[in-house]
Ligand binder design. Structure first.
Ligand SMILES: Cc1ncc(C[n+]2csc(CCOP(=O)(O)OP(=O)(O)O)c2C)c(N)n1
Ligand code: SF4
Ligand SMILES: [Mg+2]
Length: 312
């Protein structure tokens, strides 16, 4: 068993392609849910037949942000809350790349919340994984946007007086076209969801419940969970916006009452991604922008000259 298989067994040999040659030991604490995300992402990349040079993984800052140190692909460990704008720029410059952005609940729903909303609204073709452990892990357990009301921490010693943010509902109203919730305690479901999210052409958001046994002592908060697609109790059409919205609200209410629901909440395969919209109006390069540097025949358009021509 490698250092990366703390949760679940290694089943697919090809996953090892995504383990860095110079294998850095993860500095995550024993039992941390982040191992489950790494395991699921490696499994998904292998199942999709991707190779490390076809992928870009952009991460934010936090324990979650360390993901790309342990995942072999192109990587960009960005600044706090800023993985999405970097990921978007890379996707626009090189449309053939499979782009995954990842970060924590503080990173993505707090300081980076604005980027989350607008990346979803614009339907950029990428997968965004948010490690939701309901606290700031790296900085030692402060209250985060998803901490439940009443949650005690060093920053809220008498218990948080704030209602938590509702990530699934926010994602839907912002415009994400694939929305799912999974949990590190089930890397198999998580892997399947990541596969679907990467295959989806548009902005895919995965709210990934990850336990933090060090700073959020209720580390088994995500066990047991229910898969809404496998349960007869939840019959809804996840291509219908209104039904998806109701299912999300029920899920978000249930979480803090101790019932953990996971699954695919919304899938809109009809809506064109941002890249597709840009291609339609002739504003999207077919080849990676970087190739222009090697193309002797390429006629550079100077934006300053274009500006002058337009206003002469
Ligand atoms: C601009 C900026 N503000 C604050 C910090 C300090 N900081 C580092 S990680 C972090 C929060 C991490 O929480 P989360 O995003 O939930 O990730 P986790 O560690 O829980 O995976 C903060 C506030 C920072 N690095 N940069
Ligand atoms: S502090 Fe929490 S989130 Fe960070 S590595 Fe340890 S268990 Fe994981
Ligand atoms: Mg966190």
């Amino acid at each position: 068993m490698s250092a990366f298989s703390a949760i679940g067994e290694e089943t697919d040999k090809d996953q090892n392609e995504f383990t860095p040659g110079l294998e850095p030991q993860p500095t995550w604490c024993p039992g941390c849910g982040d191992f489950g995300v790494l395991k699921a992402l490696k499994g998904a990349a292998a199942e999709l037949g991707l190779s490390p040079d076809e992928m870009l993984l952009c991460t934010g800052i936090g324990c979650s942000g360390k993901l790309n140190s342990y995942f072999e692909s192109y990587g960009f460990h960005t600044i706090h809350g800023r993985s999405l704008p970097i990921a978007r720029a890379a996707k626009l410059a090189n449309p053939g790349l499979t782009v995954v952005a990842a970060g924590g609940d503080g990173d993505g729903y707090g300081i980076g919340g604005n980027h989350f909303m607008h990346s979803a609204r614009e339907n950029h073709d990428m997968t965004y994984i948010v490690f939701n452990n309901e606290i700031f892990g790296l900085t030692k357990g402060q209250t985060s946007p998803t901490s439940p009301k009443g949650h005690k921490s060093k920053t809220q010693p008498h218990g948080s007086a704030k209602e938590p943010l509702r990530p699934l509902s926010l994602s839907l109203t912002s415009g994400a076209s694939y929305i799912a919730r999974t949990a590190a305690v089930n890397p198999n479901q998580a892997k399947e969801i990541i596969v679907e999210a990467i295959e989806h052409d548009g902005f895919s958001h995965i709210d990934f419940l990850t336990q933090c046994p060090t700073w959020n002592k209720d580390a088994r908060q995500y066990v047991p969970y229910i898969d809404i697609q496998d349960s007869d109790d939840y019959d809804f059409d996840n291509t219908d916006r209104r039904e998806a919205s109701e299912m999300m609200a029920e899920t978000e209410d249930a979480l803090h009452e101790g019932t953990v629901l996971t699954g695919r909440y919304y899938v809109d395969s009809e809506r064109p991604s941002y890249g597709q919209e840009k291609r339609t109006i002739g504003e999207m390069p077919e080849e990676p922008l970087a190739e222009r540097y090697f193309d002797d025949d390429y006629e550079w358009e100077r934006s300053y000259d274009m500006f002058l021509d337009k206003h002469r």
